[in-house]
Ligand binder design. Sequence first.
Ligand code: S3P
Length: 180
Amino acid sequence: MRNVVLIGFMGTGKSVVGRRLARELSFRFIDTDRWIEEKTGKKISEIFSEEGGERRFRDLESEAVREIVRQEGLVISTGGGALLNRSNQALLSEKGLLVWLKARPDMILKRAQKRPGERPLLKVTDPLGEIKRLLEEREPYYQSAVFSMDTSDRTISEVVSQIKERVLEIEGKKDPSSFG
Ligand code: S3P
């Protein structure tokens, strides 16, 4: 079956949900941000603060997408801006089932503040306003997903089992061990 690709804004639970979902489906888990950090030996925040900053990061992100989609049997967690690039969007939806994770802006801020410094795009004077602005700008891109799920008021287990159920329904198979 196709890869499962988690898309959506930062702080919506893509990494934590993706890891658990992969385990449930007996798939491997890959996170585009971690791929970039391993490849460069640098933290995402370092890449943003160096010369070239976000532009360099976006190039690396596209490279990560191109490399990762060559494989199958994956749950892929993407960075919140990955879908804004047309070729990333085309490749990810061609090779996978896009699932959009959502959360309310206040929840996103709360989650982002748990690990300050890891979200360079939110290093601004009004992070909540920035979250709302970016969400509005990005929503049309995230809408290319096959379905969405709001993680604001659900536990990780609930989100994982509901996504699993929907994915298996869509793929028309109930037993992951029978994926051909
Ligand atoms: C970004 C989201 C981050 C990371 C980078 C840029 C974005 O990933 O890729 O800081 O543009 O929204 P997460 O969505 O995993 O936090």
